[in-house]
Design a protein around this ligand. Structure first.
Ligand code: PLP
Length: 481
């Protein structure tokens, strides 16, 4: 006889878990950010094989603190300052419960019309919130529209494949004698050496050459640098087809010169993709939109609500001016996936790499409705304000220096002195485990990145983290003397 959890048990289990989650998040400050476990810590804590007989849900609850929590890095602790933030909010968590209940696979309109239609409208809402040009939005009545990808990395690859399809089409019309292999061998894409590793990876996965260009002295990729590279490649008989500009680089949150890059791309018919994975959320605040000046020249734009916009992973918003290049490139249409309404609404399976897709727009809908635009703006502004507060604390201590301009929630800083001493400082900070930071290096200068990550971060948390950094620095500096 099949024994499975019944609805009344699910209600009890679910309520208990909601309480656990609320307690976890509300008291997260009391936990050490970095776990102290060694690799392999978990296996001895649970049986070697799956249970033959069903267990009680209460037994699972008991094991959370024993088995799981000792090995968790607490990304939502206000003392977690590594990488970039990953979104978390109660409305998004609740939306994921509903998504788990509906559990549809929304690859086509008919596979679950609400899944497709809410996504189309949410991407319009979001695009309007960011001030994106009309021709990216489905509601404009043109070709453009948005889609939720899993990650920014997928968006970069998908855009590259769209660009490849577009250029192949153009070249074949102009040179019918050229084979696909011949054209593909000549395709070349461009990005900055400061762009995220996923851009280089998109080139590898897409089987094309990708040039990593040198940014200027402010770490920004400029139009003239791109144009020079394109001209050299044209002279060498190559076919420039794709460029990725970054708004908010991973290392230092620098903004490429989109206003210069766009006209160059348009001039040479190069598809311009804009990766604003982290910083894109800031464009919800009109005062930061100057940083995306020139966006009207781009072919595709992407940012991660799952980074800084309070939506739990995964939710990477991507807009395309002309998705037909993707739809044509990715269109394989077996009989079992065809339906009568094809063409009247997007079949998102043609806009992405996998076939399957979850009902992710629910997270956006819940977050946008329960926060409202004004609270999301307040969240962004508060976090940028906290980063500036940290910056002022660093500047007030003569032993330290700020290495990059602070525009968003990232502060790049270091002890004045050698890379080695800064490496030792970071090791000491992370070894103490009370706060967590990661480093980066630009032009051989090693620095520490302090990111305001948790939505619960307050001024006192930032001051607490700074105190911790200063104590680690005191230990390093006195040890050295
Ligand atoms: N692009 C930039 C600028 C990033 O900072 C990151 C991650 O931090 C990514 C892309 C990769 O994001 P994802 O994990 O969504 O692929």
């Amino acid at each position: 006889m099949l024994v499975e959890m019944e609805a009344n048990q699910f209600r009890e289990f679910g309520k208990e878990m909601i309480d656990y989650v609320a307690n976890y998040l509300e008291n997260i400050r009391d936990r050490r950010v970095l776990p102290i476990v060694e690799p392999g810590y978990l296996r001895p804590l649970i049986p070697e094989t799956a249970p033959e007989k069903p267990e009680k849900w209460e037994d699972i609850m008991k094991d959370l603190e024993r088995v799981i929590m000792p090995g968790v890095t607490h990304w939502h602790s206000p003392r977690f300052h590594a990488y970039y933030p990953t979104g978390n909010s109660y409305p998004a968590i609740v939306a994921d419960i509903l998504s788990g209940a509906i559990a549809c696979i929304g690859f086509s309109w008919i596979a679950s019309p609400a899944c497709t239609e809410l996504e189309v409208v949410m991407l319009d809402w979001l695009g309007k919130m960011l001030g994106l040009p009309e021709d990216f939005l489905a509601c404009s009545g043109g070709k453009g529209g948005g889609v939720i990808q899993g990650t920014a990395s997928e968006a970069t690859l998908v855009a590259l494949l769209g660009a490849k399809a577009r250029t192949m089409d153009i070249i074949k019309k102009e040179n019918p004698e050229m084979s696909d292999a011949e054209i593909i061998g000549k395709l070349v894409g461009y990005t900055s050496s400061q762009s995220h590793s996923s851009v280089e990876r998109a080139g590898l996965l897409g089987g094309i050459k990708m040039h990593a260009l040198q940014p200027d002295e402010y770490n920004k990729l400029t139009g003239p640098t791109l144009e020079k590279a394109i001209q050299e490649d044209l002279e060498a008989g190559l076919i420039p087809f794709y460029a990725v500009a970054t708004l908010g680089t991973t290392s230092s949150c620098t903004f490429d010169r989109l206003d210069e890059i766009g006209p160059v791309c348009n001039k040479y018919n190069v598809w311009l993709h804009v990766d604003a994975a982290y910083a894109g959320s800031a464009f919800i605040c009109p005062e930061y939109r100057y940083l995306m000046k020139g966006i009207e020249r781009a072919d595709s734009f992407n940012f991660n609500p799952h980074k800084w916009m309070l939506v739990n992973f995964d939710c990477s918003a991507m807009w395309l001016k002309d998705p037909t290049w993707l739809v044509n490139a990715f269109n394989v249409d077996p009989l079992y996936l065809k339906h009568d309404q094809q063409g009247s609404a997007p079949d998102y399976r043609h806009w992405q790499i996998p076939l399957g897709r979850r009902f992710r727009s629910l997270k956006l809908w819940f977050v946008l409705r329960l926060y409202g635009i004004e609270n999301i703006q307040a969240h962004i502004r508060k976090q940028i304000g906290l980063a500036h507060h940290f910056e002022s604390l660093v500047k007030a201590d003569g032993r330290f220096e700020i290495t990059q301009e602070v525009t968003m929630g990232l502060v790049c800083f270091r002890l004045k002195g050698s890379n080695e001493i800064n490496e030792a400082l970071l090791k000491r900070i992370n070894g103490r485990g009370l706060i967590h930071l990661v480093p980066s290096k630009i032009k051989d200068t090693y620095f520490l990145r302090m990111v305001v990550c948790s939505r619960m971060t307050e001024k006192s948390d930032i001051e607490g983290s700074w105190k911790e950094i200063k104590e680690a620095a005191n230990e390093i500096l006195t040890k050295k003397e």
